[in-house]
Each structure stands twice: as C-alpha cells, then as structure tokens.
Design a protein around this ligand. Structure first.
Ligand SMILES: [Zn+2]
Length: 263
C-alpha cells in the first residue's frame, strides 16, 4: 500500500499492489503531472517513512518525483517507531516515559508560545476558582497535549544536540526494569538500532526555509485571552490513520505500510 498526502491532511493518492515497490515510479510521476496540470507550485519538502537518504548519495525519492527538486525528510514518528525494535516489549510500564522523553530529545517548544499558553491557562484557572492563586505546577498540570499541539510550535533541536540527548536518555535507561525485573531495553538490539538511526539524524531536522506551521485564522478563548490555532504540516497522523483503516479491510498477513510520502 502506497499513500501520498499533502500538508492539509488530504490524501492525494492511494495505490495497492501485490508486490512491494511495484509501480512507484508511475505513482509519483502521476502526482507530479497532477500538480503541473493544476498549476500548483512544486513542494519544498517531502516527508517519507523510508528511503530518506541513501549510502550512494541521492535519495531515490528525488528520482521518483523528478524533475522536482525538494528536501527529503524522514517522518519523526517513523524514526521514533524504529526504536521500539530495541525494546523488550511495548507493554512495558516504562514504554510511555521512554517515548515522550525520546520526543523531547528531538523537539523543543517555542518559548513565547508556551509562555502565552501558560498565561491564558492561569487566567482560566483564576476565573474558575476566584480568589485562588494557582501555583506554576498547577498551571502546567492543567495544560493538555491537545492544547500544546493547537497553540504552540515545536522545532527540531539540530543533529548534535539530539545525538547527545538520545545518548543520555539511553544511558539513563539501559538497566531500568519493572517490578518483576523485566528490562525495558534489549541492550544488544538497541545498540544496533541506535547505531543505524544516528545516520538519519540529519534527515529528521526541520527543512530550512519551509513554513511548517500555518495559522488557521481561528482563535480559542482561554481565560481572558484569545489564542491562535496553529496547524502543523509536519507529522503524518491523518495519513497514518487512513492507511491503518485501509489495512483492516484487506485480508492477508502483510498488513504493514510499505511506503508513504507527504508533500
Ligand atoms: Zn536518512
């Protein structure tokens, strides 16, 4: 199954083949033609779930979408998923902690956006409980993941900072176990995963000069403040759900995703 989506979360093309990789060239050239016929500008960046770079130089994605020139990037969700191969099980109680820490090794929040959201949430709490002055940690605890995603921008930290942070994270978790003594990390597998994935650290960095956040124009009232609602072009959750949904309809053992591109 090959799916192509755009920055608006729309699915542009979806093709099911019996063999992996068959017809990819036609599929991509078809999308190039549709953009040209519609007078749409060429994309600045394409996010993929594999083939982001190649030992021999150029990513094959650039050939499939010729004559376009763009930055090829690896989708961060897929980069992170690869680390699960170095874990003993995804059902480990420390799994969630590991994933959220891994994500903060890659991204940092925009300070000004966070500050604005905190002020709004503080005002909201004061309105709800008049006469009570909420502490900083009460304000932080009241912020949901969806509020962060709607009102705050994130950007990648850069190759060297992320490399050092992931190394620190692994060093702090190599030996951690649950109460039954089961380790979270399989040291041998994780060492292999980390060695290979370090090559892709440049591939997950935000492409320079590409506007990844769009202000949707709508605002949400919080406390006495109106916060901008942002949409991020990075990430592939809508395409991912679409893909998963389709796979449920198709009988057979090979249900995994083979290839996916975000324009
Ligand atoms: Zn790569």
């Amino acid at each position: 199954m090959s799916n192509i989506g755009n920055e608006l979360g729309q699915v542009l093309n979806s093709v099911l083949t019996t063999g992996e990789g068959a017809g990819l060239d036609d599929l991509c050239q078809g999308v190039v033609r549709r953009y040209r016929d519609a007078g749409e500008p060429e994309p600045d960046a394409i996010y993929v779930d594999r083939d982001c770079c190649s030992e021999s130089g150029e990513s094959p994605v650039l050939t499939w979408f010729r004559p376009w020139t763009f930055t090829v990037r690896l989708d961060v969700f897929h980069f992170m998923r690869r680390f699960t191969n170095g874990l003993t099980t995804e059902h480990h109680p420390l799994y969630g902690t590991f994933c959220s820490k891994l994500s903060s090794c890659i991204f940092k929040w925009d300070k000004a956006d966070i500050e604005k959201l905190q002020q709004a949430k503080r005002a909201e709490l004061v309105k709800k409980h008049p006469g009570h002055n909420p502490t900083h940690s009460q304000v932080l605890a009241s912020i949901t993941t969806s509020e962060l995603a709607k009102h705050c921008r994130r950007k990648t930290r850069g190759v060297e900072e992320t490399r050092a942070l992931i190394q620190q994270l692994l060093d702090s978790m190599w030996d951690l176990t649950d109460t039954t003594g089961l380790s979270l990390i399989n040291q041998e597998s994780m060492s292999r995963v980390w060695e290979v994935q370090q090559k892709h650290l440049p591939c997950i960095q935000d492409p320079t000069g590409v506007q990844l956040y769009i202000n949707t124009g709508s605002k949400l009232e919080k406390g006495d403040k109106a916060l901008d609602v942002l949409r991020c072009a990075r990430g592939s959750s809508s395409l991912e759900s679409f893909h998963k949904h389709q796979c449920c309809f198709i009988p057979g053992k090979l249900k995994h995703l083979t290839f996916k591109i975000l324009c």
